[in-house]
Design a protein around this ligand. Structure first.
Ligand code: ADP
Ligand code: MG
Length: 358
């Protein structure tokens, strides 16, 4: 996760990664290019204890017994992923763990053990750490995660929080990004775009004020990934492919399609969007569809499943304590991510797409 919001990734790369060598910079390579280079330079050769290395939401490692070990890590940087205007210290503690639990959920796993690395500015008040830990503990108590170690260092100008999270999953229940099949239905849990709406409110001091939209603020500051539902989808063999929505459905569905060698057709009218999001979008003349597709940071689960599993997924919905899934499209043979919306059909990755959705 270089920058997990599509609208700030560029800004993040410019401020952190500019490293001119001729005209070619890390900024030009982009996150995917950088990861490809790391993967391609022989630093990660095949090994019998690594079932899945780079390329999914978690690494999947061999362990004794019937379970696989899942490992993921994500970093939140002040100025890129949060500011003191968008996240309180308590919300930062919560969210730093939540974004990692989301990746364990995306494999169908159970989150277990966290390691917390903090880069702290020397002038940071002690109250910051107190509040951070309140948020971190509140989230870990909800999910049963135990903090078992970490690292603490000085950071000259911005706060940096890295959480590494271990989890497990019965080996045959792990769900990868690469398993989507032509004809599968595409599902997403919860609502899309609320976190982007919340970020809009927190970043713009003008009216409307954040207090008018508490659910959107909560979605941005304290996401609650539906890991019980993720586990049930993996355990029941329901999901063929799964990913968490951290960069927006358009991009994250792209990862599933790329790794499964398929394409996707989304129904714009089926995308689950909350009433507050639509009301805010109307009030500030923004596109709720764009927030839903590209906003990112929803930390919901996006998965594909055979059409014959629809009744079982709907019955899981009825029982789910943490979230419901909505059917939003289907997997197709032709490559590309397509959207059917009132104006017609458009290809999401094409530049024209941004003009298409108003
Ligand atoms: P996610 O959004 O699910 O956290 P990312 O897009 O951050 O996933 O990462 C995609 C894949 O690339 C993951 O398998 C991750 O472990 C791997 N990856 C990202 N950065 C690095 C790195 N610097 N070195 C090795 N692997 C990396
Ligand atoms: Mg992920």
């Amino acid at each position: 996760m270089l920058g997990n919001r599509s609208n700030t990734i560029g800004r993040g790369r410019k401020s952190i990664l500019r490293h001119d060598k001729g005209n070619h910079t890390l900024n030009d390579m982009g996150e995917a290019g950088i990861i490809q280079q790391i993967q391609g330079q022989g630093t990660t050769g095949p090994a019998s204890h690594v079932t899945k290395g780079i390329g999914d939401d978690c690494a999947v490692l061999e362990a004794d017994g019937a379970s696989a070990l899942l490992v993921t890590t994500d970093t939140l940087i002040e100025g890129i992923h949060f500011t003191n205007q968008t996240l309180s210290p308590e919300a930062l503690g919560w969210k730093s763990l939540a974004v990692n639990v989301s990746d364990i959920a995306a494999m169908g796993g159970t989150p277990r053990t966290a390691f917390l690395s903090l880069g702290l500015k020397p002038e940071t008040e002690a109250a910051f750490l107190d509040a951070f830990l309140v948020g971190f503990r509140a989230f870990s108590e909800k999910t049963g995660v135990v903090l078992a170690g970490g690292d603490t260092v000085e950071s000259p100008s911005c706060t940096v929080v890295t959480v590494t999270l271990l989890g497990d999953c019965p080996r045959e229940c792990v769900v990868y990004r690469s398993g989507a099949e032509v004809g599968d239905h595409i599902w997403v849990t919860g609502r899309l775009g609320d976190a982007a709406g919340g970020l809009f409110l927190l970043s713009n001091k003008a009216r409307p004020t954040p207090v008018e939209y508490p659910s959107l603020i909560l979605a941005h500051q304290k996401p609650m990934p539906p890991f019980e539902l993720g586990k049930a989808l993996g355990a029941g063999g329901l999901a063929h492919a799964m990913i968490d929505v951290s960069d927006g459905v358009a991009k994250d569905l792209g990862h599933i399609c790329e790794q499964s060698g398929v394409g996707a057709l989304l129904q714009g009218a089926s995308l689950p969007m909350s009433d507050p999001l639509k009301r805010l979008a109307d009030q500030v003349a923004q596109s709720p569809l764009r927030w839903a597709l590209q906003g990112g940071e929803d930390y919901e689960l996006l998965f594909t499943a055979s059409p014959v599993e629809e009744p079982r997924i709907r019955s899981l919905n009825a029982k789910a304590s943490d979230r419901r899934a909505t059917r939003i499209g289907k997997i197709i043979e032709d490559s590309g991510i397509w959207l059917d919306a009132p104006g017609g059909r458009s290809r999401l990755e094409s530049p024209g797409f941004l003009h298409f959705i108003k």
